[in-house]
Design a protein around this ligand. Structure first.
Ligand code: ADP
Length: 420
């Protein structure tokens, strides 16, 4: 059985994907789990469990996170990461604090760090206050978030009512004194210690100081420098991955995104292959059988795309006739069904465009674990199911115009996916 070394528990799906892609950049195999696995072995040295617990009642969030922790520890994990959003998205009752407290209790540790900073994306922490771009968190658009409105920017003040242990801060002057100073400050602290970080280089200093801690909490950026440090220290010896499954040959793009970049990508791909346009009005009247028949008739190897992607005017017209929700659902359901058909037809490589669309297709494919493969564009890796299906999930504006062709070409390249 493969032994895992590092396990992350993420409070939502896209956060988990973001973290998994970040970790995979170090070249260490990463498996992403959709929900706490029922059972089974670890597949990679790094296991990331995607939960959906950001806004559920704190008791439920804690119970799920603890179940995830049990699964990870039973598979050898000695370093745990509690991944939440870089804007510290939480309600007044949690769930960042209660989950962190519960993980500390179960792991028997009396100290953890909180590092939501993601300087590359404008999330910076200074004197314990979180900034989004040039604004304090409480003055950023996050103040009006429908589920987790953030009305305070002081991370200790946000955490204190959510946790039972004390809170603390390792502030900027200590951080700039270097990793040893941070480590010394942490050794004197207990409970939940908030960490300042302004530039990407600060994350390297922090990583050096916290690399041996059992539990780290924060956004995905602090996870990026850690794998190289663990590898250099020989901490990951004895962990090895099961080989990446080799995907089958057929290929298909399913696009339900109408963003400007996706529209350009669909246009570019249609120039080299064949396509079928899904129209929500036609779906409402005749259902998806036309598209299903078309897909069955195409050779597996052909470059082909089924798309609902349309110009804003056409989208607005469909929404006016059907309602926004129904138009979206008709398209998502059809693409999900076509994804299942493609799998049944033995198509081994599927690219999905659209965030919501990706969720709908992934659920229909009944995927519960994904090995993270090479990145096609920043933040969009190829993912492999255990039975050898390669899928790439691309939200709206990600990737360049040639994204779809680039994605398939990458799988053709020798050595990108190691042969078994
Ligand atoms: P993105 O990542 O670009 O936001 P999503 O998949 O998250 O893409 O969202 C796009 C939404 O628009 C989906 O719900 C999809 O079903 C819907 N949609 C796609 N094409 C059309 C269309 N032609 N008319 C109306 N709605 C559409």
């Amino acid at each position: 059985m493969t032994k895992a070394f590092f396990g992350a528990i993420a409070d939502d799906f896209t956060g988990a994907t973001d973290l998994a892609a970040m970790l995979a950049r170090a070249g260490v195999p990463v498996t992403l789990r959709i929900g706490v696995p029922e059972d089974g072995a670890a597949l990679s040295p790094f296991e990331v469990i995607a939960l959906k617990i950001r806004t559920v009642p704190p008791e439920d969030a804690v119970a799920e996170a603890r179940a995830a922790l049990r699964w990870l520890r039973a598979r050898g994990v000695s370093r745990v990461f509690w991944k939440y959003c870089s804007t510290f998205d939480s309600t007044a009752r949690g769930n960042i604090g209660p989950v962190a407290d519960a993980l500390m209790s179960d792991m028997g540790v009396d100290r953890t760090v909180h590092c939501p900073a993601f300087p590359e994306n404008g999330r910076r922490v200074f004197m314990g206050k979180l900034f989004v771009g040039e604004d304090m968190l409480s003055e950023s658009p996050m103040k009006d978030h429908p589920l987790t409105p953030m009305r305070d920017s002081d991370l200790q003040r946000l955490l204190a009512p959510q946790v039972q242990r004390p809170t603390g801060l390792v502030a900027f002057p200590t951080l700039r004194a270097g990793a040893d100073a941070v480590r010394d400050a942490l050794a004197r602290a207990s409970g939940h210690v908030v960490l300042d970080a302004i530039e990407t280089a600060d994350l390297t200093t922090i990583a050096l100081a916290v690399q041996d801690m059992a539990l780290i909490c924060g956004g995905s950026a602090i996870a990026q420098p850690l794998p190289a440090l663990w590898q250099a220290a020989g901490a990951m010896a004895g962990t090895e991955a099961t080989p990446l499954p080799k995907p089958g040959p057929g290929r298909l793009v399913l696009s339900g995104s109408c963003s400007a970049m996706t529209r350009a990508q669909v246009g570019a791909y249609l120039e080299r292959g064949v396509g079928y346009r899904l129209d929500p009005l036609e779906l409402a009247e005749h259902g998806p059988d036309g598209a299903r028949t078309w897909l069955k008739a195409q050779p597996a190897e052909a470059d082909k795309i089924i798309f609902a992607t349309a110009e804003p005017k056409a989208v607005a017209a469909a929404q006016e006739r059907l309602g926004v929700a129904r138009a979206g659902a008709l398209v998502e359901d059809a693409l999900a069904l076509l994804g299942r058909d493609a799998q049944a037809l033995g198509i081994g490589q599927i690219v999905v465009a659209g965030g919501e669309t990706s969720g709908a297709v992934t659920r229909a494919l009944d995927v519960d674990s994904l090995r993270i493969g090479p990145e096609i564009a920043p933040g969009v890796p190829w993912c492999f199911t255990p039975d050898g299906l390669a899928i790439a999930l691309k939200s709206g504006n990600f990737g360049s115009e040639s994204f779809f062709a680039d994605a398939f070409e990458m799988l053709d390249e020798e050595g990108v996916v190691p042969a078994q």
